[in-house]
Design a binder for this molecule. Structure first.
Ligand code: FAD
Ligand code: 2HG
Ligand code: ZN
Length: 475
């Protein structure tokens, strides 16, 4: 049972953190109480913004003693309401907004040490200024933070080549629920001192501690990149195309994203400054990016040649390869705006599913058909990271329905149905967004007792008082 923070307890924190680090003013708290998709609004007793790891330790020690729950928060872009407090008003939000230093960036080691509150786009810029690249990107890069990305083991649009956040985290500094500091920042490439706490904290969704900094792997800046937009009729052809591109371009291919016609239509209708990329509309679209380091051949010619062959063979119907950086950015804007356009358009039962890559093309069509037959009128909008076998299989309300009432009445049954379809194929109900609050019931329903038991045992061992982000990931 969590405790309501007493006035004396809040006074102690106010003294400790000062006016920049402590507020209870409703107007200061309001923006941080609702999740990005606007589904869940919680309440909090205060918003704490520690300046560094030492202040974070002090907060955690006091909270552990008093049994007050803490909700770590970065950019609040979670797709599963992971950083949104519950409605009790007992919790304190611990924002990393004041921990924004890039402590070091070493081109020789290919390592950056960034504090938890560093915004992803700022890390991209800092790496680029040193001829390096942090190879993880997603549409929320202007708000999402390193602490949030680590804690969700975020994916994004370059997983095909570089893996998820876990593959890029070399070290972590974190305050554990005891208040102790896990000082695991040293970016050793090899370290076998028992259980890997760094990897345990990555993807823990703030339930095992507060990440205060991370050492992150950098790669050489890309000297050339080539971005293509492809229109096609058939999802199976997309997979054939991916394998052909890999055969021709090797692992220089970084992104292989799928966007259905309806998602492109929503983007063009709702997002300012977007234009149709091809002359006609196609049932499916692909965004493909390949890059090359200094001295290697520009991937543009090879990509253009594979796409030309694919059109001639009837595998895909149309394609354009960006002729400039501005055109490449415009194509990326179409892909990255899908969530925003979908949000403007209305509510959706959102799913973030993974299957073996080879199974996803069929699932995109057959799964959508099965769901639309079982729930007449609903509209599946599935898009995302086809090259990773991960799509966002979102289900929108029937046209003309009262969106929110429909979601409240039907959302749970639809999600259970979708997750069961995915489960039958050996897939996952959370590919990259995590469990948070919105996937919790479904995770508990579908996870094996062995998996849940192990997760619970880890949680109980590290956070016996249950103060770290309660109600997320585990019941
Ligand atoms: P928050 O939303 O603030 O928090 C996320 C979780 O991490 C919460 O459980 C929170 O408690 C915890 N947390 C935050 N900071 C810390 C910390 N310092 N220590 C411990 N726990 C912490 N995700 C993808 O994986 N791939 C995508 O392609 C993708 N695209 C997106 C596109 C849009 C438009 C949006 C809005 C979101 C997208 N997301 C995507 C989801 C989201 O951006 C990621 O989950 C991101 O990692 C969250 O970062 P954040 O700083 O906003 O974290
Ligand atoms: C993306 O890939 C994000 O664009 C968001 O993961 C997915 O809105 C979504 O469902
Ligand atoms: Zn995604």
């Amino acid at each position: 049972m969590s405790a309501t923070p007493s006035p004396a307890f809040l006074d102690t924190l106010a003294d400790l953190l000062g006016p920049r680090g402590f507020t209870t003013a409703p107007a200061d708290l309001a923006p941080w109480l609702t999740d990005w998709r606007g589904r869940i609004t919680g309440a909090a007793a205060a918003l704490l913004s520690p300046a560094d790891a030492a202040e974070t330790q002090a907060i955690v020690r006091l909270a552990a003693e008093a049994g007050v729950p803490l909700v770590p928060q970065g950019g609040n872009t979670s797709m599963v309401a992971g950083a949104t407090p519950d409605a009790s008003g007992h919790a304190l939000i611990v924002s990393t907004r004041r921990m924004r230093a890039i402590r070091s960036l070493s081109p020789d080691d290919n390592v950056a040490v960034a504090e938890a509150g560093v915004i992803l786009a700022d890390l991209h810029d800092a790496a680029e200024a040193q001829g390096r690249r942090f190879p993880l990107s997603l549409a929320a890069k202007g708000s999402a933070t390193i602490g949030g990305l680590v804690s969700t083991n975020a994916g994004g649009t370059q997983v095909l080549r570089f893996g998820t956040m876990r593959a890029l985290v070399l070290g972590i500094e974190a305050v554990l629920p005891s208040g102790g500091l896990f000082d695991g920042l040293s970016a050793l490439r090899k370290d076998n001192r028992g259980y890997d706490l760094r990897q345990l904290l990555a993807g823990a969704e703030g339930t095992l501690g507060i990440v205060t900094a991370a050492s992150l792997r950098l790669v050489p800046a890309a000297a050339a990149r080539s971005v293509a937009w492809v229109g096609l009729d058939d999802t199976e052809a997309a997979l054939t195309l991916l394998r052909r591109i890999e055969a021709r371009l090797g692992d220089t291919i970084e992104s292989f994203e799928i966007v259905p016609a309806e998602a492109l239509r929503l983007v063009l209708a709702h997002v300012h400054g977007t234009r149709a990329p091809l002359a006609g509309a196609h049932p499916w679209n692909l965004l493909i990016e390949a890059t090359a380091p200094e001295g290697a051949a520009d991937p543009r010619d090879a990509l253009t040649a594979v796409l030309g062959d694919a059109i001639e063979a009837g595998l895909v119907q149309d394609a354009t390869v960006a002729a400039s950086e501005a055109q490449a950015d415009a194509l990326w804007k179409l892909r990255e705006s899908v969530s925003e356009a979908e949000r403007v358009d209305g509510v959706a039962a959102k799913h973030d599913v993974a299957l073996p890559v080879s199974a996803m093309p069929r699932f995109l069509v057959a799964g959508a058909d099965t769901v639309e037959r079982r729930f007449p009128g609903v509209r599946v909008l599935a898009f995302g990271h086809l090259g990773d076998g991960n799509v966002h299989f979102n289900v929108r309300a029937p046209l003309g329905a009262d969106d929110r009432a429909w979601l409240a009445a039907e959302g749970a049954a639809i999600s259970a149905f979708v997750h069961d379809l995915v489960g039958v194929e050996g897939g996952s109900l959370s590919a990259e967004h995590g469990i948070g609050q919105t996937k919790l019931a479904e995770f508990v329903r579908t996870a094996s007792p062995a998996r849940l038991g192990a997760l619970r045992a880890i949680k109980a061992a590290l956070d016996p008082a249950g103060i770290m982000n309660p109600g997320k990931l585990l019941p």
